[in-house]
Ligand binder design. Structure first.
Ligand code: C2E
Ligand code: MG
Ligand code: MG
Length: 280
């Protein structure tokens, strides 16, 4: 095999695989503890209207604060957790915890602010979403009309078969969808028209190249136009620079999130921000 004829390469490859495997095993062994010992955290990244500067929503992003290892990011554990049923528990925990935080944004003077929650394909399939959402919103008093589910185009397609009924129930609850990482999959506009869309999110790989790469600007423009034709709005993610921000404004993008405004914040930091800086 070629790999054996290139010993350096082979070793590099096998080290990577080993590292991934041991990380995977570590996650499988510790994920139960993460949930039972209350080691999961949610951070919230504000979403900002590009005309008024007002914070119009926030996206909940999960972290695992392990006592020895420190902060573990979702890319390092969610895919592994999805191999187990713990992913269902995690989804329920995220929903309940995020709704409990978001209900307090009203007190901070932001009554119409939306809460976005990410859902993986597997969560979409395995969680009884309408029930989990009805429970989380009833228990916390959060208005389901302000709840947005971030799903990727891929998730939408993987779940095509079960879409209909769940989607109808979600719509009845007043929940909306955001198409995450838009532009990286292939959705037909016809199909998208049927969905209760709050927004489409311009993937951060396009935002990163804005200003440097003409194609990225054309793609961003096209996504804004598609959003308009679907009677919804475009939100850019991963905005880091003033240059990206001003281009997004120029092309009529509705809102943005990213480190240019704020990185994901703890619930209490966001609450404070809402009280002191309603506009960013
Ligand atoms: P996503 O939904 O596309 O989230 C955006 C990611 O961009 C987040 O990474 C966020 O921290 C990061 N980000 C925000 N601003 C900037 C910026 O200015 N520059 C750069 N380079 N990155 C920025 P994070 O928090 O690591 O989450 C990664 C992905 O994990 C998310 O992608 C989402 O798909 C998934 N995820 C996060 N939390 C949850 C959750 O509670 N449940 C599920 N199912 N998935 C989650
Ligand atoms: Mg998201
Ligand atoms: Mg995204």
């Amino acid at each position: 095999q070629t790999a054996h004829r290139q010993p350096g390469r082979y070793q590099f490859y096998s080290l990577e695989v080993d590292a991934w495997n041991s990380q995977r095993i570590w996650v499988l062994q510790h994920i139960e503890q993460a949930i039972e010992q209350d080691e999961l955290r949610l951070l919230y990244q504000p979403q900002v209207n590009l005309i008024s500067g007002r914070i119009i929503g926030a996206e909940a992003l999960i972290r695992w604060q392990h006592p020895d290892v420190g902060m573990v990011h979702p890319a390092q554990f969610l895919a592994v957790a999805e191999e187990t049923d713990w992913i269902v528990k995690i989804g329920e925990w995220v929903l309940k915890t995020a709704c409990a935080s978001a209900v307090r944004w009203k007190e901070a003077g932001h009554p119409g602010m939306k809460l976005s929650i990410n859902l993986s394909a597997r969560q979409f399939r395995k969680l009884d979403l309408p029930k989990a959402i009805a429970q989380a919103t009833a228990q916390t008093g959060f208005d389901p009309h302000l709840l947005v589910l971030d799903i990727t185009e891929a998730t939408l397609h993987e779940n095509r078969g079960v879409d209909g009924k769940t989607m109808q129930q979600l719509q009845q609850l007043g929940v909306q969808l955001a198409l995450d990482d838009f532009g990286t999959g292939y959705s037909s506009l016809y199909h998208l028209r049927q969905l209760p869309l709050d927004c489409v999110k311009i993937d951060r790989t396009f935002v990163a190249d804005l200003g440097e790469d003409e194609d990225a600007l054309s793609i961003a423009k096209a996504i804004v136009a598609i959003a308009q034709s679907l009677q919804t709005r475009a939100i850019a993610e991963g905005v880091e620079t003033d240059a990206q921000l001003s281009l997004l404004r120029q092309i009529g993008c509705y809102a943005a999130q990213g480190n240019r405004f704020r990185p994901p914040l703890s619930a209490s930091d966001l609450q404070q921000l809402l009280q002191t800086n309603p506009r960013l």
